[in-house]
Ligand binder design. Sequence first.
Ligand code: HAM
Length: 432
Amino acid sequence: MSLNKTFALPRGTADILPEESFLWEEIESKARRICQSYGFREIRTPLYEDVNLFKRSLGQTSDVVNKQLLELASHKDDEGYALRPEGTASIVRSYLENSFDKKEALSKFFYMGPMFRGERPQRGRLRQFHQIGAEAIGPGSLSAFLDAEIISLAMFLLESFGVKKAKLKINSLGSKEDKERISLWLREVFAADKALLCPDCQNRFERNVFRVLDCKNETCKGLVSRIVTKLPLSDEGTRYFECVQEALRMAGIDFEIAPHLVRGLDYYSHTVFEITAQGLGSQDAIGAGGRYSQLIHELGGNLKVDFGAIGFALGIERVLLAVQSSLNDPGFIDAYVVILNKGEAFLKEAFKVSDYLRKAGFKVDLSYLERPVKSQFSQASKLNARFALIIGEDELASGKISVKNMKTSEQELVDRGAVLDYLKKIASLRSQ
Ligand code: HAM
């Protein structure tokens, strides 16, 4: 049977099938544990928000707002919503709406889940993709050590997922005042060559000249590398950037300074960074982030003290592309119940035993279809079962179960009431 094409999977989305979902589970549980060890707590925000939250936060000139926002068809009561293209804006919204600014000096959140961008799909670029991210927000975030902590967390997550040779590039856009001054400076230095810039950059020149710096067009790239070797930061901006670099060195993190790195979202100032990995093709950014202190003030109105914020997000699909080959299925189940004889009494016994063991925390499976013994054993192997629990006439009559180790083929007859302890003993041996 095949699916009527009308109902096919939307372009740029993917089913995460059981063959792969164990990898997701592993990545997500590692991420939870590691984020918590850095003092971050999980936050879950809705998949859609008021469209103006994204327009205001990410910037009218960003591609994400200009070309990629997936807006929901409006109904009477819910006009003006869009699927979230990223997590930061929603988290700042939630931070302010739930008055975290009044409860603590520094709030540290992590999140994971789907994001949506109406992009042209290709390998590593989807319309529904997933991020793991972390954000540290509050007056207590104004320290260069926190920039290094956030970057250290991102790099450590990637390392623990098994991503090899992740490369970190960092830059600083300076303070809000620096950004304004540098923006005028960039317009000045590019003025004479403006006509040579690509049509997109001509537009960016007027609306957000920083974006000219990371244009992929060869002519623009050439001009940029000839004209801009370093952004002219203020003394304060330079000092801050140097402190971040020193803290990174203290954490043993290698980095490269990339003077043209500006990032596609408009909310950044001071530190920006991007992490690339091998094996991803043209979409080689596996994660990115930076400081976005101004965003809190823009969404929060009259905050009395100086607020800061910094965060990052990693793309899970890209992590998987980078590590796929190095991960093995860790094994799916502990035991498969094999029924030797036909008849309800055997099925009932198998049902009772598996239900009992499952409730004791073991992963157990079986078939109720009275299938040939051989095919039950091959199903047990397919599911990577460690044990086959065999129930036949002898077992039923004696109140026992034959427990077969699928790896060594050793088999033991165990009292029905003692199977749980037997498996527990083996499980504890396994975890030692
Ligand atoms: P971003 O650079 O737009 O930043 O996305 C972060 C990561 O999400 C990318 O490096 C990439 O791995 C993944 N990603 C983005 N778009 C796609 C896509 N269409 N398909 C697959 N993966 C994708 C942000 O989203 C910021 N919110 C990061 C941040 C957090 N800055 C501060 N806090």
